[in-house]
Design a protein around this ligand. Structure first.
Ligand code: CDP
Length: 224
């Protein structure tokens, strides 16, 4: 594990669309730099999953707000939240301002007081660099073409569900991109000071190497 030279806390914000590779990158960065990791998608997926299992409509704003306000990670610890249906429900609840407000404090608190006494955190999501941690020292926006992202998602999902096709996966990804980028509250977008990485033709090692170079450069500037 790499030792860091700066004394201040290190927050790394990683945003981007579905299946862009931001989760893989974030986990590796957290391990390499000795930071805590929060996949904020779990919060929205968790709220979406709770609503689906209670037969509630994820579009129902009152019920979604109540579910988000009562939400704990323990409630979804054993749930299968990585399904296309839960992804869709997550994106529906995530467009609602009251849901986002209810989940905001947990994310900011995680960044300010990362568990395990470590000196910082990596958070990945859609609005980390813009809304949750606008002062993060390092911000990334990870993208890839919709077709490439659909191929990656399809590979992950087809083993679990034979009814999934590449076409429906691509449609789903495009619909989710449009909803996440077009919503009024905290739309998915790159912060002005985010480093953009397009992973369409890069493997995970190449993305990681590029991100580390950028972080090390940013830390040197901070030290100077
Ligand atoms: O893994 P994938 O990229 O498909 O999605 P995720 O990160 O698990 O997030 C699922 C959904 O939650 C997204 O489509 C967004 O609608 C929402 N989300 C959000 O709005 N803000 C975040 N910080 C994280 C997720």
């Amino acid at each position: 594990m790499k030792r860091l030279m700066t004394a201040s806390s290190l927050i790394i914000a990683v945003d981007g669309p579905a299946a862009s590779g931001k989760g893989t990158l974030s986990r590796r960065l957290a391990q390499y730099y000795g930071l805590a990791y929060l996949d904020t998608g779990v919060l929205y997926r968790g709220v979406g999953w709770l609503m689906l299992t209670q037969n509630l409509d994820p579009r129902d704003e009152e019920q979604a707000a109540m579910t988000a306000q009562a939400f704990t990670l323990a409630a979804v610890a054993d749930a299968d939240i990585r399904t296309p249906d839960v992804g869709r429900a997550a994106s529906l609840v995530a467009a609602q301002p009251q849901v986002r407000a209810a989940l905001l404090a947990y994310q900011r608190d995680f960044a300010a007081n990362p568990p395990g006494g470590v000196r910082g955190a990596v958070l990945d999501g859609r609005d980390i660099g813009t809304v949750i941690c606008p002062d993060a020292l390092v911000k990334f926006f990870i993208t890839a073409s919709p077709e490439e992202r659909a191929r990656r998602r399809y590979k992950d999902h087809r083993a679990k569900d034979a009814s999934i096709t590449l076409d429906t996966t691509l449609e789903d990804i495009k619909r989710r991109d449009a909803r996440d980028g077009g919503r009024e509250t905290a739309p998915m977008r790159a912060a002005e000071d985010a480093e953009l990485i397009d992973t369409t033709t890069l493997d995970a090692d190449a993305v990681f190497a590029r991100a580390c170079r950028y972080i090390d450069k940013s830390l040197k500037v901070e030290d100077a």
